[in-house]
Design a protein around this ligand. Structure first.
Ligand SMILES: Nc1ncnc2c1ncn2[C@@H]1O[C@H](COP(=O)(O)OP(=O)(O)OP(=O)(O)O)[C@@H](O)[C@H]1O
Length: 664
């Protein structure tokens, strides 16, 4: 009796809690501000979609034979054709999604993600067939109201959940909304997706501990829901979530379709029967082919018609997947669907039948083309400010890490000790040259290596945000420069400030400022080269290797290690930016008005003035002797500036070119 009482009391309180949650969820969904540029219902139709990729030739040959192959290819186009093989990833896929919840299911490797990538416009090359959005071909602007949550979404790992969502909101929510409204929208989605607990935790990555995998998944969905898109594509949104969270998430999505008229297409693996019941439409695939498209409610009778009746009280989703994982049943189901649409192989008619079967909808409204008011929601200035703030937050802990600080302190200490108060006589020439060369090269290496990782690390995020037209590439590029400028200069400023005075370089404040300025421009030029290699190769390992080879060659050609470079290779030294910086720094020291070094008696001097018995040697003679006065100082200065500006422009165009290739 007591047990029954306790049971019924706890059931009542559970029910009350569930009701509260449901009401709260509904309120939050209603409160989610209108952020989309497209507020009318969106219909996505696709038919006859196929995707094939060229396969590598079976002919395995050493790499040098590829040159031979190219030659023969040009000789005969038949040979070329016969060598190309194609692999079909998906074939004649069709379906349509209206403001409702559509699920795409199939066994692993059946082509679900590929289909979603094509619908999101991420894959275009090798795709045939038709996709329309409200009856029109998708344009670049369509991406603004289509959100896509991929399986492995990327974020800046050092930002917290709230920070990350706030930047997205500020960049992507409409201009008409105030900042306070945008921040409120962030809080709404945080609550809606149960992220309150981890809102102030960093997102993390494979190497940095952050939020859990399930929370990460929800953050990626939150980032998309935040902008109130009209179409939401999700690749396995429930993976990594426990069954109750998965149910809750699909319920939220379903409510978005009902209350906010969103069109949701999601790939899902093994949904529970409760989740399965929430789908409106279902697209089943196997080995890249159609198995079923239609209403979810009709799938069980359809399978029974083919001879695969679902057992009573058995989850239909499990029943379907069991059949798709078995060779015989899978082939039978593919054949059955092919014969069902034998007079309509691309699925055009079936798609039209389904998409126009919408009740209570004004058809003129339905197929209304979608217009966007502004090309970008944030203005250029806002984009630069937001992105600078974000890049600074993300890069500061990396570029000003404790390890980096220790490295700078150790190197500054060693440099101060070995070049402590250099004498003002001819014996200090090599040490002075060494100090200047080391400063020039060391402060080129570090920023180069730091900058080289900058774009490759941002690659996935940049692709994703550019695909959703969050900002201009130029805003991103400028913001990156502004954010990283001060970060990269902190350590060399500290080093130069101490080593210059402790090393007893020319005691003149103007010369000191010039020395500092040239070193800083060299640092920034090296950083520019890092950006350039990163943008051209967009691969961490390749760009690291390329920049190391480049920097070592630059160092060899700068005029420190070799002064008698063979004439036929000498021209290469003009490519080395360190050549100009090194010469300019040396000229700044040795051509200072009153600069001279005492000749030391009793040593065999190589300097003519000292060898001829003079008391002092002029800085100019030292430079002539070291062969570092072969270019006028102002030519060196112009070259240093030209490199500084030129390499950044090249880096920008390389990034642009990469962006174009990605969207092609
Ligand atoms: N660019 C590509 N190059 C080679 N093979 C590819 C390419 N894209 C897709 N594939 C192959 O096509 C098939 C379908 O891949 P896809 O990722 O779409 O499957 P999926 O159904 O989403 O699988 P999963 O459920 O495991 O994520 C796989 O066998 C995959 O290896």
């Amino acid at each position: 009796m007591t047990h029954e009482l306790i049971d019924s009391t706890s059931k009542a309180s559970n029910d009350a809690a569930t009701d509260d949650r449901t009401i709260r969820r509904s309120q939050l969904i209603q409160n989610t501000a209108q952020g989309s540029s497209a507020n009318n219902a969106v219909f996505v139709e696709f038919h006859g979609l196929s995707y094939r990729i060229p396969e590598k030739s079976q002919d395995v040959r050493p790499w040098w034979r590829t040159f031979q192959t190219k030659k023969t290819k040009y000789q005969s186009s038949d040979v070329e054709k016969s060598e190309l093989h194609y692999k079909t990833i998906i074939e004649n896929i069709h379906g349509c999604a209206n403001p409702s919840l559509m699920a795409i299911m199939g066994q692993s490797g059946s082509g679900k993600t590929t289909l979603l990538n094509i619908l999101a416009g991420r894959v275009t090359k090798g795709v045939t067939g038709s996709i329309t959005i409200n009856g029109e071909k998708p344009t670049k602007n369509s991406k603004r109201f289509i959100a896509y949550c991929t399986q492995d979404d990327t974020f800046y790992p050092l930002l917290t959940v709230r920070e990350s969502l706030t930047y997205t909101a500020l960049l992507r929510l409409p201009r008409s909304m105030t900042k306070a409204e945008k921040l409120q929208q962030v809080e709404n989605v945080i609550q809606l997706l149960h992220l309150t607990k981890c809102a102030d935790t960093i997102i993390g990555s494979d190497h940095i501990r952050g939020i859990s995998g399930g929370e990460r998944k929800r953050v990626s969905i939150a980032a998309e829901l935040l902008t109130d898109p009209s179409v939401i594509l999700l690749d396995e949104p429930t993976s990594g979530l426990d069954s109750s969270l998965a149910f809750e998430l699909v319920k939220i999505l379903k409510e978005f379709t009902v209350k906010r008229g969103k069109t949701i297409i999601m790939v899902i693996h093994q949904p529970s029967s409760q989740v399965f019941e929430m789908f409106d439409k279902l697209l089943l695939m196997s080995d890249g082919k159609m198995v079923y498209f239609g209403d979810r409610a009709d799938v069980v009778p359809y399978f029974a018609g083919v001879g695969y009746k679902c057992r009573e009280n058995f989850n239909p989703a499990d029943h379907i997947l069991e059949l798709l994982n078995e060779k015989e049943s899978k082939e039978r189901l593919i054949d059955a669907y092919a014969s069902r649409v034998s007079d309509d192989p691309t699925g055009k008619q079936i798609v039209h039948r389904h998409s126009r079967l919408v009740e209570n909808q004004d058809k003129a409204q339905i197929f209304k083309p979608i217009k966007v008011e502004h090309r970008w929601e944030a203005t250029f200035k806002q984009q630069v400010l937001i992105l600078t703030h974000r890049a600074f937050k993300q890069r500061r802990p990396v570029m000003l890490s404790r390890l980096h600080g220790i490295e700078t302190i150790i190197l500054t200490t060693i440099s101060c000790l070995i070049w402590f108060r250099l004498s003002m006589d001819e014996t200090s020439i090599n040490d002075r040259r060494g100090l200047i060369f080391f400063s020039c090269i060391f402060w080129s290496f570090t920023p180069l290596i730091t900058a080289v990782t900058s774009f490759p690390l941002d690659r996935s995020l940049l692709n994703k945000e550019r695909q959703s037209r969050s900002y201009r590439l130029s805003s991103y590029f400028i913001a990156k420069q502004i954010a990283e400028f001060p970060l990269v200069l902190v350590a060399p400023l500290f080093y130069t400030l101490l080593v210059y005075w402790i090393g007893n370089l020319v005691d003149d404040f103007g010369r000191f400022v010039a020395h500092m300025a040239i070193t800083m421009i060299t640092v920034l030029t090296a950083q520019g080269f890092g950006y350039f290699f990163g943008a051209v190769l967009m691969d961490m390992q390749q760009s690291m290797t390329a920049s190391t080879v480049f920097m070592l060659s630059t160092m060899l050609l700068a005029g420190f290690y070799a002064t008698n470079i063979p004439y036929w290779i000498e021209w290469t030294s003009y490519i080395s930016f360190s050549r100009y910086s090194f010469r300019l720094l040396m000229q700044n020291q040795f051509l200072a008005g009153s600069f001279r070094l005492e000749c030391v008696s009793g040593i065999r001097s190589e300097l003519a003035q000292c060898a001829n018995g003079a008391d002092f040697v002029s800085g100019e003679e030292v430079l002539e002797h070291l062969k570092l006065n072969d270019t006028k100082w102002y030519i060196n200065l112009i070259s240093v500036f030209a490199y500084f500006v030129g390499i950044r422009l090249l880096a920008y165009f390389a990034l642009r070119n990469y962006g174009k290739k990605k969207t092609r």
